[in-house]
Design a protein. Structure first.
Length: 738
């Protein structure tokens, strides 16, 4: 300190004394204080010649960060020291070896983590993402790195005013994008809220000002309303003898801004601008009972909305949040959210896990959940196949997700994000179970893989060794564990198939007496316009490439009369068609009886190329954009359509006026419905010569349920039909419904 000017010294020592005051309860021994002082002196010396943009000596920043760590996040001496040192290796001559020599291994590890992830300010978007990934990678090592980084970011946001406007925006959006959700996930509610509000201030200054002003102006009215609302409650609560405090808390500017934007309402239309919080001074063993007693008093007085009861005391959220929430109707007809919790819970809610570490002995289950979360992140980052931006997306998804609670068949509770499906659950249990999953039973009822789970569901996964991950699964899974597992398996699958293709190509080369050399292969790649051998080999394995021309190509470098197959596009088309089939088999029903308008339930039109008329042999062809087209079976296009797009062909018949027939309904269910529509229509209209009135199939990723309404001559005819239907692969149950 001796080389600082007198005026700088004054500023620095004042800040330092503030830090010491704030960290008093964490400095239990004289050694703690000496340790912090040592870090302070060391850092002050290292940053001697530096100043912040605001003109203050640089060391005020590490001091402020250290103070946030202890005062607002509840961290102890190690974190305080590391926060003081956090910029030394990055910005001064100090090396990691110096830190290890002077302070120790633990400090070196933490500073190393902090150094690796700093400097994100001047980098491009994807590099920021990479930095963020690095930061997450340090999580399993020492979660303090993340806490200190968040404190660093919070102080930078608080002092963002002295930065250039373009930098302000950039830092603010990065904060909103990455750091605020991270704070949320770590349960640092106060930090998260402040980060969001500060970010909004710099990204949407007008909107921020407008809401802030309106909040100020309406403060008095709000205060009056709150006190009127609270005072009768107080009387009742006082009678219980419980020790408590009660207050109305305004919601954050950012959350109000979000509500205005999402629900397209005005500030004046938002009813829940504040929540009433009742904080109990209860012994830990009584806090649950006491909270419910308060709930009982509150709801005796005000009518609760039964849909808005949230019991996060019995089932804490995975970021550690515990509280009992209800929303009640006030006498003026406004809904008011009530949050009931103990002082301990309140501290965790505001400061997060670190604050609760002092209670950890008695709250094992929250610890376990936190560990489970860290492990999930570890799974995610250790999956090297995931590229960085994907990773950020997945990670953010997990950060923002609301949670549901579901049970295994043994009654074990598992936490999943909202909208998680049966397949997510399977992957959550184990990657291998997910990969083999063919369906699930929810509360003993069979459901498809894509079925969205609800809180309280009991889920049993059905697996099959024949199952392999499908690309379509990516459309409905929401957890990053499921996504990365599926993506990885799909890649492996392609690689495996490509191996076969490579072997085929080698055999072909051998037979043609061509050397399998890099040069020859790369010549092929060029001629077939593939970027890498993997794609080429894959297409060869799929039989999409005419190998008979290889000799020509290699020898003459000749021209290729070859159109490169566009696999992904074709896949997309098939998917679209499947969707159409699904939709059109949905609620309205399907009729492929032609020529009877009273039965016409499906939109079809007659193809222009062959203009069929009643009496012709015809078939239906499902087009992508134009519904069903009816073609004559001897239409010039029919062979091409039937052979290339068999799965889109539907049997069709003109209504027969002569036969007497009876309408029956048959319900059927099954798993793995690919091609089921085709087999079914083939069977019914083909071999059995039955007229269909309608055929509904509700199909989701392999599980389906359908209803066939058809004209049947007699019961023998019907028995025949049902027996044959049961014989179709994939159909599990067939039942007559009328
Ligand atoms: Mn810093």
């Amino acid at each position: 300190m001796k080389d600082y000017s007198e005026s700088d010294k004054k500023i620095i020592l004042k800040a330092y004394r503030g830090l010491l005051r704030a960290s008093k309860k964490f400095r239990t021994t004289p050694e703690d204080t000496a340790y912090i002082r040592k870090a302070f002196n060391y850092s002050a010396e290292a940053h001697m010649s530096m100043r912040r943009k605001s003109g203050e000596p640089y060391i005020t920043h590490p001091i402020a960060v250290a103070r946030i760590c202890t005062e607002e996040i509840g961290l102890g001496a190690t974190s305080i020291a590391c926060a003081l040192l956090h910029d030394t290796v990055e910005d001064t001559d100090v090396t990691l070896e110096d830190i290890e020599r002077i302070f120790g291994r633990r400090e070196k590890r933490i500073i190393d983590g902090l150094t690796k992830i700093s400097g994100a300010f001047d980098l491009s978007t994807s590099d920021q993402a990479e930095n963020f990934r690095k930061m997450i990678l340090t999580l399993p090592d020492d979660v303090r790195v993340i806490f200190i980084k968040l404190a660093d970011r919070l102080h930078n946001m608080r002092t963002l005013g002295s930065m250039r406007a373009d930098k302000q925006r950039k830092i603010a959006s990065e904060t909103l994008f990455l750091y605020a959700p991270l704070a949320h996930r770590l349960g640092l509610n106060a930090v998260k809220t402040e980060l969001e509000d500060l970010s909004l201030k710099y990204t949407e200054p007008e909107a921020f000002e407008e809401i802030a002003t309106k909040l100020r102006k309406s403060q008095e009215i709000r205060a009056r309303f709150i006190s009127q609302f609270i005072s009768p409650l107080k009387k009742e609560l006082d009678k219980t003898g419980l020790k408590y405090s009660i207050k109305g808390r305004p919601k954050s500017i950012y959350s109000i801004y979000n509500k205005i934007k999402k629900k397209k309402v005005t500030f004046e239309e938002i009813y829940d601008l504040f929540a009433v919080r009742i904080i109990l001074d209860s012994k830990q063993e009584n806090e649950k009972t006491d909270s419910w007693r308060v709930y009982s008093v509150v709801t005796d007085f005000y009518r609760p909305n039964p849909d808005r009861l949230r019991d996060w005391i019995t089932n804490p959220r995975s970021n550690g949040y515990e509280s009992l929430h209800t929303t009640v109707m006030s006498p003026t007809g406004k809904w008011v959210e009530i949050q009931i919790r103990s002082e301990r819970m309140d501290e965790i809610a505001e400061k997060g896990m670190a604050a609760h570490w002092k209670y950890k002995d008695s709250k094992k289950k929250i610890e376990n959940k936190f560990d489970a979360w860290i492990n999930k992140i570890r799974d995610l980052v250790e999956n090297k196949e995931t590229d960085t931006l994907d990773f950020i997306d997945d990670f953010k998804l997990n950060l923002y997700a609301e949670e549901i609670y579901v049970f295994t068949p043994n009654g074990d509770l598992r936490t999943l994000p909202k909208d998680a499906t049966a397949l997510d659950f399977a992957f959550d249990i184990h990657g291998d179970i997910g990969k083999k999953c063919i369906g699930a039973k929810i509360n003993h009822k069979l459901v498809p893989l894509s079925h969205q789970l609800g809180s309280g569901d009991q889920v049993e996964i059905i697996t099959s060794n024949k199952q392999t991950p499908k690309e379509a699964w990516l459309d409905f899974v929401v957890t990053s564990k499921a996504r990365s597992n599926i993506k990885q398996s799909l890649k492996e699958e392609v690689k495996k198939i490509a191996e076969d293709g490579k072997a085929t190509l080698k055999r072909k080369f051998n037979a043609l007496k061509i050397n399998y050399t890099d040069k020859n292969v790369s010549h092929l790649l060029k001629m077939y316009d593939f970027k890498n051998p993997l794609d080429l080999n894959y297409q060869i394995a799929q039989g999409k490439i005419d190998l008979s021309k290889i000799k020509d190509i290699i020898e003459k470098g000749g021209n290729l009369n070859f159109e490169k197959p566009r696999a992904p596009e074709k896949e997309k088309k098939i998917k679209e068609v499947r969707e159409i089939i699904t939709n059109f088999g949905g609620k309205t029903g399907e009729s492929i009886i032609l020529g009877d308008e009273s039965l016409k339930q499906v939109d079809y039109s007659l193809a222009k190329c062959c203009s069929p008329i009643p009496g012709d042999n015809v078939f239906g062809f499902l087009t992508i954009n134009d519904g069903i087209k009816i073609h004559r079976t001897n239409c010039p296009n029919s062979v091409q359509l039937m052979s290339n797009y068999g799965y889109r062909v539907l049997k069709a018949k003109w209504k027969s006026q002569t036969d007497r027939e009876f309408l029956v309904g048959v319900e059927f269910t099954g798993i793995d419905g690919m091609g089921i529509l085709n087999s079914l229509t083939n069977l019914v209209t083909g071999s059995l010569n039955i007229n269909i009135k309608s055929l509904n199939i509700g199909s989701e990723d392999g599980f389906f349920k359908g209803e066939l309404k058809a004209y049947i001559h007699d019961t023998k005819h019907l028995d025949d039909l049902m027996k044959k239907m049961e014989g179709i692969e994939g159909i599990k149950t067939v039942e007559r419904v009328y």
